[in-house]
Design a protein around this ligand. Sequence first.
Ligand code: ADP
Length: 610
Amino acid sequence: METRKETHHFRTEVQQLLNLIIHSLYSHKEIFLRELISNASDAIDKLRFKSQLEPGLLENDPEFRIRITADPAARTIEVSDNGIGMTYDEVIENIGTIARSGTAGFLEAVKESKGLVKPELIGQFGVGFYSAFMAAERVTLITRAAGSSLATQWESTGDGSYSIEETVKESRGTTVILNLRKPEEDEQDFTNEWVLRDIVKRHSDFVSYPIVMETERREPIPEKEQIVDSDGQPIKERTVKRDETLNSMKAIWTRGKDEVSDEEYTEFYKHISHDWSEPLTRLHMHLEGTTEYDALLFIPAHAPFDFFRPGSKHGIHLYCKRVFIMDDCQELLPEYLGFIQGVVDAPDLNLNVSREILQHDPLMRNIRKNLIKRILDLLSGMEQEQYDTFYKEFGQILKIGIQSDTENRDRISKLLRFRTTKSGEKLISLKEYVDHMRVDQDGIYYITGDNAASLVNSPHLERLREKDIEVLLMTEPIDEWMAQSLREYEGKTLKSAEKGDLALVEIDSATKDSFAALFTFVKEQLQDKIRDVRPSTHLKDSVACLSGDTYQMSGYMEKMLKAYGQPVQEAKRVLELNIEHPVLQKLRSLFAKDKDDSVLKDYSRLLLDM
Ligand code: ADP
C-alpha cells in the first residue's frame, strides 16, 4: 500500500500567529513545556475514559505516563505520552490547518490590543501546541492513535509550511520533538535536567500521571562489586541511569485549604483550564455526610474566546477517588454556571458510569444542587469590584438561569445588574432600582434594544422621563426572554416601557373622541402594516411610535431572531399617536375640513415611518 505524504501551507492567519508567538512571547519561553505536558495529560485522560468501554485500546500498556527526554548534545527535547494519539486526519485538523476558529479570534484580539500580545491571550485562544515554536526552530510530532496500526509524522519549522506523512510507531500515543534554538545569553538551557525539573515542579506538579525522565547519577560501587582499572586501581564509582518521576501528582483538591498555596492553586487552574491568566476567584470545599465529595472550583477572570461556541469544552472534570472519569461533565452544573472550571471528586460514584446514567444518578443530583448553592453564595458574597469583573464577563450567561432554574430564580435575580436611564455607565442591581422607586411607582420599567445610548433617547420613554421614573436599559440578546421569565422582583412587576398602556397619563374621553374618526381613517390606510391606532400614553414630545402588547415580542427581538435566520412571524404593532402634538391637531382640523384630502393619505404613511 502506498503511504501518504504531503506538504501543506499554513493558512495566512496561522503563519501570522506563529510569527507572533515566536517574536512576542520570548520572555515566557519555558511555558511551552507546560503546554505540551497539559496536552499529553489530556490525551491520557481521553484514553482512560475511552478504555473503560474498550479495554483493548490499552494494548498491554496500561501504565499511563508522560516522558521527557533531553539530549544536550543534539539540543533536542522530547515530550511523549501513551495517551489516545491522533489519526492522520486528526493531525491535519488539530495541528495542521488550524482552521480552528481560535486562531482568527486570537489575531482579532491581538489587533485590538494594538499588537501587544500578553501571554494570557495565547492560552485563552487555545493555541498551546504552537508555543513549542517559542523555543524550537523545528518541531516534529509523531503520533499513533490507540487501536490504529498507522502512525503519522508532522513536521514544521514554523515558516509557512509543514509536512505530514504516514509512518510507523511502535507504542501508541504522541511524541513531540523540539529542535531547540540556540539559547540567548541570559537564557536557561532547556536540555539541562535541573532546568527541566524546576519547570515541571513549578507548572505541572499536580498532573495526575507520572512525568518521568531518565537521569544519570554517579554512585559509589559497593566494595564487593568493585573491579580494578588498567592501572590496577579499584573503580569506586559508576554511572547509574534510572527513571525518576518529577511531579508529586498530589491531587490538590483532596488536601486541606491551608495546605495549598496560592501559587499551587493558580498553577492547577492554568493546567485544567488552559488559561494563562490567574483565575478571578476559587472555591475549595470538602463535603461529608450523605453526599460526600471534594470540589475545587474556579471562576476565570475572562470568558474563553470560544465560550459561546456550541460544542466548546469547558467545565468540570469529574474524578472518583482521584481517578479521572471525564472532563466537561455537564451533568454537574447547569448551563448558566457553565463558566465554572474545576474538579469534583466523588468517592461514592460508580466508576463505570456513562453520561446517560449520570444524569439520573441521585448522588450526582445532590452534588449538583449543593454546588449551585455554594456558587451562588460565592457570587453574592463577592466584593463589588470583583463582582463587576465577573459580571462583565459572565453576566449574560448567568441570565439563562432566570429562565431555567426556577428554584433559584430569586437568588439569581439578586445577582443581575443593569444600566438605567439614570445610572450613566454604572450598573445597578434590582434592589437598588427598587430603593430608588418613586412612592407612586407601580412597577419596574425596562426597555430592550441594541445600545444603551439610543435607548435612553427612545420616544417610548418620554412620559416616564417626565414623571422622573427610572428605566432599566436592557441591551443583551437574552434580556427580553429573561425579563419575561422573571416577571417580578420583590413583588414589583417588570413592565416593558415600549409595550401596552403605561397608564401614566389620563386622556379625557372628549379629546379622545375628537380624534376617533381620524384614527379610524389612519388605521384603514395602514391596515396591512399595523393592528390599531391609539392615543399614546408613552409620548410627550414625539409624534408617533409603534408599540406591542405585553406578551408580544419587541421589535428588537424580532430583529435579533431574523438576524439569526429564525423564522419570525412578524406581529403587527399598534401605532401610537401623540394627540397633544401640534401635527396631530393640524391633521384633525384638516380631516374635519375635507375627509378626502389626498394629503391625509400621505400623512398617514408618514406617521408610520416616524
Ligand atoms: P488545546 O490543547 O488548547 O486544544 P493545542 O493547540 O495545544 O490546543 O492542541 C490542539 C489539539 O491537538 C488538542 O485539542 C488535541 O486534540 C490535539 N493534541 C495536542 N497534543 C496532543 C497529544 N499529545 N495527544 C493527542 N492529541 C493532542
